[in-house]
Design a protein. Structure first.
Length: 222
């Protein structure tokens, strides 16, 4: 059996290590990860006959901070939090709203309308962390999802986040969250409404950020 030439090892090993440390940045890596996640969620939803999980169920995803996640400060880049939240939103929407997300006859689609992230602690290279997500609250137009990034070794919270979701038909018409929830088989009682109303007191302040669209102060330096 012939041995691998030293020159090949000298070139191949560093390249292999570099690729292994940057797997999430390789071409189509994000798309492939999304596809596998969607495939698993759709299979699960069909096995459950499109029945949703309980309304305020918590879904968890485990991750690790790799070299392609970090910036020059040697911790997870701020932009990576939003990228990771894509997978959490997909997971939660297909878990709570499978009928809307999977049945084409409904002609209803969930769209991300904004994300707010609040950082508390850095995530260092190769650190394992968990992202937990759940439904937070809603009104006549918006649905808010709540997320948190938890460092597994210390159980410390590295980041809190909120995602703002809107459901629309193909025509662009907004579908109220209540319609979507009822269509997916969720039921409302006094406890559900009490929790929704309590959380909305916080969420409505996030909506106040929309006032920046009518900022009266010019961006011109002149």
């Amino acid at each position: 059996m012939k041995s691998i030439p030293t020159e090949a090892l000298a070139i191949g090993v560093p390249i292999g290590l570099l690729l292994a440390a940057h797997l999430k940045s390789l071409p189509f890596a994000y798309t492939i990860r999304s596809w596998f996640l969607l495939r698993a969620l759709m299979k699960r939803a069909k096995e459950n006959q499109m029945k949703p999980d309980p309304l305020f169920s918590i879904i968890s995803q485990d991750h690790r901070c790799y070299l392609d996640d970090i910036d020059y400060n040697q911790h997870m880049n701020n932009g990576m939090y939003n990228k990771i939240l894509d997978f959490s939103r997909i997971h939660l929407l297909y878990t709570l709203f499978p009928r809307v997300m999977m049945e084409p006859d409904q002609h209803i689609f969930g769209h991300s309308a904004g994300v707010v992230t609040l950082f508390r602690k850095e995530i260092l290279p190769f650190t394992k962390y968990t992202v937990q997500s759940r439904l937070y609250t809603w009104n006549d137009k918006w649905v808010f999802l709540q997320h948190r990034f938890i460092i597994k070794e210390t159980n410390e919270i590295a980041c809190f986040a909120f995602s703002k979701i809107v459901f629309k038909k193909v025509s662009g018409k907004t579908v109220t969250p209540k319609e979507v929830l009822e269509l997916c088989g969720h039921h409302f009682d006094e406890n559900v409404e009490q929790r929704r109303a309590y959380n909305w007191e916080t969420a409505q302040h996030i909506l106040n950020l929309d006032k920046i669209r009518t900022d009266p102060y010019s961006w011109s330096n002149l």
